[in-house]
Design a binder for this molecule. Structure first.
Ligand code: NAD
Ligand code: ZN
Length: 357
C-alpha cells in the first residue's frame, strides 16, 4: 500500500492510499488515543458508515454530524461541534476523525486544532478533491461573511487515510471538479500524471479503478512533496495556486453559488495557460495541448454577467495578493510552474477574455 510521506514542522505523517483502507482505519489511530469522535455529514455517513463502524467496533466512539455546505463552514458550527465534543466526554486524549469532503476536513480539522488548544485529527477524505488536496498539508479553517477561509490554523493530521472505493458514489460533477485539481498537479509538477490524464481521459472519466488509484497516488505525491518543502506557503507552496488566482475571483464574483471550486479553477487554469503563452513563457504547442486537456475534464457552467474587468477588479482583493501586486503562477512547460509578478493589467484582461471564449 503506498504510504506517501509528508514532513512538516507540525509533524511527520503519511497519506495511505488503498482500496478498502476505511475498514482498517483503527490501524491508523495512534496508540494511547482515548475516545474517537467521527465528524461527518449525513449523506456520507449514510453511504459509507459500514467499514468505519466495523473499524471502530469495540472502541469508545461517537459520531458527530455537521450540516455540510460552504455556507455552514462557519465559526458557529465550530462552536456547536466543540460543545458536542465536551458534552460527550472529549478530553485531550480524544481523537477527531474527519470523514467527508473538503468542507468536513477543513471544519473538523479546525475544531481539532482549537478544542482544548489542540487535539489530534485523523483525516479520512471522501471526495476526490479532499483526497488529493484539502486533507493534506494541515490547513484548516472556516469562512467569514466577507470571504473564504479567513479564520483558520495549521494543524497537521496524525495520518491521512484515502480509500478510493468511496469515490464510486460521488456525483459526476464533484468527480470532475476533483479531477481538475489532479490535472493541476500534473501541469505544475508531474508530466507523467499529465500525460496519463491527457491520453487516458476516457478511462479516467469511467472511473476505472487502476487508473483512478494511479491518479490519486501521483497527485498526493505532488501535494505532499510541495507541502513538505514549504509548509506555510512562503515560496514553493504558491505553485499549488495555479489556476486559483482567477479561479478565486470567479468564485467570489459568482457568489460561491454557481460554480464548484474545481469548475472555477478549471476556468482559472485556462486563463493561466493563456497568460503563460501571452507573456512568452509557454510555447503555442504546449498551450494548445493543455487547453484541450483542461477542456476534456471541465464543464464550466454559463458565466452570464461575468466580465474580464470584473474579475480583474476582484484580483486586487485576493488573500494571496502581496503588497498589491498579484503573484501569478505560470506554466512554462508541462510539469513545470513559475511564479511571476508585475504582469500588466491589459495582458491579464486579454488572457481572461480568451478563457471566456
Ligand atoms: N485545506 C486545504 O488545503 C483545502 C484545499 C482545497 C480545498 N479546500 C476546501 O475544500 C472545500 C471543498 O471540498 P469538496 O469539494 O470536497 O466539497 P464538499 O466537502 O462540500 O463535498 C462535496 C459534496 O459531496 C458530498 N460527498 C462527500 N463525499 C462523498 C462520497 N464519497 N459520495 C457521495 N457524496 C459525497 C458532500 O457531502 C458534499 O455534498 C472548500 O471549502 C475548500 O475551501 C481546502
Ligand atoms: Zn483548489
Amino acid at each position: 500500500m503506498p504510504a506517501i510521506p509528508v514532513r512538516t514542522h507540525g509533524g511527520n505523517y503519511a497519506v495511505h492510499v488503498e482500496r478498502g483502507s476505511l475498514a482498517r482505519l483503527a490501524e491508523f489511530v495512534p496508540e494511547g488515543s482515548g475516545k474517537l469522535f467521527i465528524v461527518t455529514t449525513g449523506d456520507v455517513w449514510k453511504l459509507h458508515q459500514g467499514p468505519v463502524l466495523q473499524a471502530v467496533e469495540g472502541r469508545e466512539h461517537a459520531v458527530l454530524f455537521f450540516p455540510g455546505g460552504e455556507d455552514r463552514k462557519r465559526l458557529a458550527e465550530v462552536e456547536a461541534l466543540a460543545g458536542q465534543l465536551l458534552e460527550q466526554g472529549a478530553d485531550r486524549s480524544s481523537l477527531v476523525i474527519a470523514f467527508g469532503g473538503g468542507i468536513v476536513t477543513d471544519v473538523a480539522g479546525f475544531v481539532a486544532a482549537t478544542f482544548m488548544r489542540g487535539i489530534p485529527v485523523l483525516q479520512t477524505p471522501t471526495t476526490l478533491l479532499a483526497q488529493v488536496d484539502a486533507a493534506i498539508g494541515g490547513k484548516t479553517g472556516v469562512n467569514l461573511a466577507s470571504g473564504k477561509n479567513l479564520v483558520g490554523a495549521f494543524h497537521q493530521p496524525v495520518a491521512v487515510v484515502v480509500d478510493p472505493d468511496v469515490l464510486s458514489t460521488l456525483s459526476e460533477r464533484e468527480y470532475r471538479a476533483g479531477l481538475v485539481e489532479v490535472l493541476k498537479a500534473g501541469i505544475i509538477r508531474d508530466p507523467y500524471l499529465y500525460h496519463v490524464m491527457a491520453d487516458g481521459y476516457e478511462s479516467v472519466l469511467q472511473r476505472e479503478p487502476r487508473i483512478v488509484d494511479e491518479l490519486i497516488e501521483c497527485a498526493v505525491k505532488v501535494k505532499a512533496g510541495v507541502v513538505s518543502l514549504d509548509e506555510r506557503e512562503s515560496g514553493l507552496r504558491r505553485i499549488l495556486n495555479f489556476g486559483h488566482t482567477v479561479g478565486h475571483a470567479l468564485e467570489a464574483e459568482t457568489g460561491y453559488q454557481r460554480l464548484l471550486h474545481g469548475e472555477a479553477v478549471a476556468f482559472g487554469m485556462k486563463a493561466a495557460v493563456h497568460l503563460s503563452h501571452l507573456t512568452g513563457h509557454l510555447s503555442g504547442e504546449d498551450s494548445v495541448d493543455m487547453l484541450q486537456t483542461i477542456g476534456r475534464y471541465s464543464v464550466i457552467p454559463p458565466l452570464d454577467g461575468v466580465t474580464p474587468e470584473k474579475l480583474a477588479a476582484r484580483l486586487k482583493s485576493d488573500k494571496k495578493t502581496v503588497l498589491g501586486s498579484v503573484h501569478w503562477v505560470l506554466a512554462p512547460a508541462i510539469g513545470q510552474a513559475k511564479v511571476v509578478s508585475g504582469i500588466e493589467e491589459k495582458i491579464v484582461l486579454r488572457a481572461i477574455a480568451r478563457a471566456m471564449e
